[in-house]
Structure formats: C-alpha cells, structure tokens
Ligand binder design. Structure first.
Ligand code: NOJ
Length: 551
C-alpha cells in the first residue's frame, strides 16, 4: 500500500542557505531550521521539503552535489540533521529530501575518477569525442550555458551537461549508476526521511547514441530526452526495489510536461511517481521561462490550473519555489501587497492537491532589484545577462534580469525588523530585501489580520475540510479576464473561491437558484457586508464562500 498521508498535509519548502542562520556565520543552516520547527508547526505545516543540504561547490547552489550521503558543512552535519528529523517527527512534520540525480557536481569523486579513460567510473557519465576537432558531439543546448558539452583536456573528450558545466549528466543506462541511486535512496530512508522531491527527473533517460536534434526549436535536444526512452523503466526500478519498502512518497519535477504524458507517470496500480510539479501555471506572464516576459494574462493562468485540475486525480500545488521570482511581484501587486498576497493564497491553497508553500511566501516576500550584475549569484541569470549584453546595452539588460532572476526568491527570510532581518547575527551571505522593516514574520505575528495569519487560517481550514481534500473542481466564468472563480463540491457542500487579479472594479454575483442555498462567507481580504450576493470587487479582492451545504 502506498502512503496517502501526503494528501492531507501542506508542505513547506526550505532553501537552506537563506532560511535561518543558527550559528552566526551569515549562512542559513540546520541549527536555524531546528529553532523554527515550532513556527512551522504553528503555520499548520505537515511536511518540509529541503532543497539540497548536501556538500556542493554551489555552482548552482546545492543542485550540483559532490557527496550524496552527507550534509554540507555550511548547514551542519548528520547529527543535527537527525535531530531535525526527530523533532519534526515529534511535531508530526514529515521530511522530504531533494534527490538530484540527473547530474552530479564535476567535483564529485565519481566524475573526477571518470576523467581517467580506464576508470570503472568512465561509464557513469557521457564521455564522447567531438564530431570534428573543436566541434561538440551533438547540437544540444544547455539550460545554463550555451552548449551542453564541455571539453576536458585531461580526457581529450567532451562530457555532457544539460545544465551548468559543473553539473555533469549521469548515464542512467549504466546499471552501476542506478545501483548508486538506490543506495542513496536507502541511505536517507534509513535515516528516517519520508520522501523525495526528484529534480528534473523526467530528463534522466537519454536517447541511445545521443543524436543531433534536427528540429531546432526551443532548447535543442530536449524533445529527445524529455520523458526519454527508458524513463518509466528506471522509475519503476527505484520504486520496486527501494521505495515500495518504505512508507514514503515521491514528487517529481517535470519541466515541459503535458497532462497527457503526466498520466503515464501518475496513473495505474503502481505509478512511477505520486505527484508531479508541472510548470504551465508559472508561465502566465512569460513564454517558457521568465526570461521571455509577456504581460500577465489571467486567462493563461486559469487555463493551466483548470487543465491540470481536470486531468489529474491529484496535483502538487505551488506558486513559488527557489526557481521563480516572488509571486506577489508577478501575478499580484506590490502596491496591494497584503490584499494580493491573500488573494494568491486563496487562489491555490483550496485547489485539489498537496500545496507547497515556499519560505517567505507566507509573509509575502517580494522581488529585489540589485544595482549591478556583480551582485547576482544565479548562474542562469548570469548566462542570460552575458549573452544579451553582446547585443544590447547593459541598462536594457539589467532590468530584465532584476525581474526574472531566481535570486528574487533566494534572499534571506525576513524574520523581524532587527538587523539583517533577524535572519542572522552576522552579515548575510546574500542581500536582504530592504522592505524587511515592514514585511517580516514578527510584525505579522502580532497582527491578527496579517497575511501570515491568513495563511494559517486557510491551512487550518484546508486540513479540516473533506471538500477541499476530495471535492470536485469546477471553474466558473472561464473567459473573464480579471476574475478567477472556482467551486469545490463534495457530499452536498460547495465552496466557492473568488479571486480578483486586478485593481479594477469588477461586478460579480454569486450563483443563485434553489440549488445554492444561503452563502456563508468563510474568508475575505476586505470587510464585507453580510448577506451580500452581488457586489463590485475591490483591488485584488478574494472571498471564499460556503454556498451550499445540504448535510
Ligand atoms: C531544477 C532545480 O529546481 C533548479 O534549481 C536547478 O537549477 C535545476 N533543476 C538543475 O538541477
């Protein structure tokens, strides 16, 4: 029997470097996490997903792992990790680790050994000769570099990296590599962790012979290895040989996924994955990634939500993580910070699925604009910047980076109005957003009407509601350009969620007729007149009603 408990919990994502510094060195760590577990409990959180905690040279801040079975010294050691797990479990909080096995760091000993042509580790990676001298083995693009291949002088061959040159792709076709992964899974499960978030897991199976991509659209190569030839086989192997023996779950990250393909991973007696992080709803203000910005289009967002709600029995729900700018700055409004933050919370926390809240989202942390490219750390932003400044002036390129970079969500969590936002007693490793004096946890703790307390109330409501857990989803007025309205219905109870994505006034009438009964207002981000059934929305207004309860 697979675990089902993940369906009754709200998860909280910790990107450890910026969550809370417990040992005063300016870097977030597990000592800081330990001290905040009661806070997370008070938020109603039932699980933590840790972005990578492992040793890493940090070319991609932890997503380039140099040792899978240890803790990065910046974050502590296995002792404090075990304490965190133990205390979290006492609080009934599950722990989910990030499993990053599409690639390892180039500083991992497997890769270092593989540079020797006679090493048994050679076959752990994709080593190849160039097509011609000076030309890489194929024409694939990299997400973080211009080409997916780098030449290694010592080996005299190229190695494949879909991401940064310091993130080298593992050859999953090699049974020894899969053996290592099963060993890593067991290592963490035996330490008591409850699941994994699997990084770009749908990209791990590469096509035989690594052919050129002849179509040349989008990221070249991706259509050949996205849901590649052996993906289901490999995921089944991990599941059958390891995961099935533990009470755990797995959520896979799946860029460029369609609902149709997603079902192939999630359906059936013995699915590959329990849930999937899809991306379409994160593209309502851009094309493919935030670097190709477009004006925000609510209809795109609604189409994505509805498509995934309709197609899948269970979704992983999120609006923020460490890879996207802050959502208030994208889909909401910094001017209507509190209102739009609450509206965004209601818009996704009541959908069908398991919600993930990203650190700082619960207080409405916003984007940051740093004055110079030298201030940025995100390798993806740096790639775009240095490519673009070849053709455009830096004054034109920097604003785009400021808006789009992943660094927006990686600034230290704003715990209080004290020095360094209460994140650390020392100078933090990365810039603190200057708005910490007004946007911080301590201030919102004191205010019963704060965004933080709105998250608390919604999470508590969700946890006690069978309608939110099991109810059918239906979207109302799908063509409306500014309002997102949906209902969730279960056993005679219907909840109606209304969200305005504009500061403009919009008329809205609750559905009427004998089937609907008297509406009961459950949540709102403005004072509302009682008994009101038709009204004009205020900027970024949200209301949640119980509109029918026959029980
Ligand atoms: C997805 C992760 O979320 C992201 O942060 C990382 O850069 C890439 N995968 C590569 O590991």
């Amino acid at each position: 029997m697979r675990a089902e408990w993940y369906k009754d919990r709200v998860f909280y994502q910790i990107w450890p470097r910026s969550f809370c510094d417990g040992n005063g060195d300016g870097i977030g760590d597990l000592y800081g996490v330990y001290g905040k577990l009661d806070y997370l409990k008070s938020l109603g959180v039932g699980g933590i997903w840790f972005s990578p905690l492992y040793p890493s040279p940090n070319a991609d801040y932890g997503y380039d792992i140099s040792d899978y079975c240890a803790i990065h010294p910046d974050y502590g050691d296995l002792e404090i990790f075990k304490k965190v797990v133990e205390r979290a479990h006492e609080l009934d909080i599950k722990i989910v680790m990030d499993l990053v096995v599409n690639h390892t760091s180039d500083e991992h000993e497997w890769f270092q050994k593989s540079r020797d042509k006679d090493s048994p580790y050679r076959g752990y990676y994709f080593w190849k000769k160039g097509k011609k001298p000076g030309r890489p083995p194929n024409n694939w693009d990299s997400f973080f570099e211009n080409e997916a291949w780098s030449y290694d002088e010592r080996s005299g061959e190229y190695y494949l990296h879909l991401f940064h040159r310091k993130q080298v792709d593992l050859n999953m076709d090699n049974p020894a590599v899969r053996g290592e992964i099963k060993r890593i899974l067991r290592f963490w499960l035996d330490l008591g962790v409850d699941g994994f978030r699997e990084d770009v897991i749908t990209l791990i199976s590469k096509p035989e012979g690594l052919p050129d991509d002849r179509f040349g659209v989008g990221v070249k190569g991706m259509r050949l290895y996205e849901s590649g030839p052996h993906i289901h086989e490999y995921l089944q192997e991990f599941r059958t040989e390891v995961l099935d023996g533990y009470d755990c779950f797995v959520v896979g990250e799946a860029p460029l996924m369609t609902t149709k393909k997603a079902l192939g991973y999630l359906e059936g007696e013995h699915p590959d994955l329990d849930m999937m992080f899809s991306f379409q709803h994160m593209e309502a203000d851009c094309f493919f990634t935030e670097y190709m910005p477009l004006p925000f289009d609510l209809r795109k967002l609604k189409r994505a939500f509805t498509k995934w709600q309709d197609a899948l029995e269970w979704n992983a729900l999120y609006l923020e993580n460490h890879d996207h700018p802050r959502v208030i700055s994208r889909y909401g409004s910094e001017k209507y910070h509190d209102e739009s933050g609450k509206m965004l919370a209601a818009c996704y926390l009541l959908l069908k699925g398991t919600p993930f809240v990203y650190q700082g989202q619960e207080i409405g942390m916003t984007n940051i604009a740093l004055p110079s490219i030298e201030d940025y750390k995100d390798c993806m932003a740096l790639k775009h910047y240095y490519n673009d400044v070849r053709r455009k002036s830096p004054d034109k390129v920097l604003p785009k980076i400021q808006k789009a970079t992943r660094d927006n969500s990686r600034t230290p969590v704003q715990w209080s109005a004290e020095a360094h936002a209460g994140f650390s007693s020392a100078e933090p490793w990365f810039a603190v957003n200057g708005n910490y004096r007004s946007i911080n946890v301590a201030a919102q703790e004191k205010d019963p009407g704060s965004l933080l307390n709105f998250y608390r109330a919604l999470i508590a409501f969700r946890s006690g509601s069978r309608t939110v857990r099991f109810g059918d989803y239906r979207e109302l007025c799908p063509g409306h350009p500014h309002l997102y309205v949906y209902t969730r219905s279960f056993e005679g109870e219907t909840l109606l969620v209304l969200c305005s994505f504009t500061e403009k006034p919009c008329r809205f009438s609750l559905p009427d007729g004998p089937a609907w009964g008297a509406p009961e207002l459950l949540f709102a981000n403005y004072p509302c007149k009682s008994g009101e059934t038709a009204f004009t929305t205020r900027p970024y207004e949200t209301r949640v009603y119980r509109v029918r309860a026959d029980r």
